[in-house]
Design a protein around this ligand. Structure first.
Ligand SMILES: [Mg+2]
Length: 213
């Protein structure tokens, strides 16, 4: 398995097939915060996210937030998650394994029973794969609004980019999403190359992306 390759992709947390995750034996869901559950530095998440998280908990999933960003320390953000009973683990220092291990300990689950859902290859996906979790990449809520560190990661993601050809099995158009701004420009599938294995992901914004000819 390529460590930069998410196991699955969804346009947003609202599009993740949680039942399919359950059938895979996933019992716990760890969410990234910035640009996954809410806009960067603009928490707390909205009422729709609250409803989704509460439903997932009602369905029996154990849920936690694992965040590198300081947004999770804001009182209104902490209050949001406390009210619905979701622990927040900070600082996560993703992709290092320590934060993931802490989240697993808090949730009392094993890595193979757990999915990480986040918007970044170099933190959420890489860290999740290293820690042995099932990884789900989602479209960032607003790719234009990110920390300088995240912008650097995006550049690295683009540097990895290879061809534009969409893989046949994943060539369906993106689904409707409330975050139309992100998906208004139809996502492009590119093949990334890392060492020996090709991997594919959707380039979320094609601004300034130079594809090799
Ligand atoms: Mg994020």
């Amino acid at each position: 398995m390529n460590i930069f390759h998410p196991r699955s992709y969804a346009p947003s947390i609202h599009h993740v097939d949680y039942e399919a995750l359950r059938r895979r034996g996933i019992r716990a869901l760890i969410f990234d915060l910035d640009n996954t559950l809410c806009l960067w530095r603009a928490g707390p998440p909205d009422a729709r996210v609250r409803k989704l998280l509460k439903e997932l908990i009602t369905q029996g999933f154990r849920v936690a937030v694992l965040s590198n960003g300081r947004l999770s320390l804001r009182p209104e953000v902490l209050a949001f998650f406390e009210e619905i009973g979701v622990p927040v683990i900070w600082p996560a220092r993703k992709p290092l394994p320590r934060g993931f291990k802490r989240a697993l300990w808090v949730l009392k689950v094993r890595p193979e029973e757990t999915a990480i859902i986040g918007d970044q290859l170099f933190t959420d996906v890489l860290g999740g794969n290293l820690a042995g979790l099932y990884t789900v990449l989602v479209t960032p809520l607003d790719p234009g609004r990110e920390s300088p560190f995240t912008k650097l990661n995006r550049i690295l993601e683009r540097v990895l980019a290879g061809r534009k050809d969409p893989p046949a099995e994943r060539s369906s158009p993106p689904q409707e999403t409330p975050h139309a701004k992100v998906l208004a420009d139809p996502g492009e599938w590119v093949e990334l190359e890392h060492t020996d294995l090709p991997l594919q992901l959707r380039i979320l914004t094609t601004d300034n992306v130079k594809f090799p000819s």
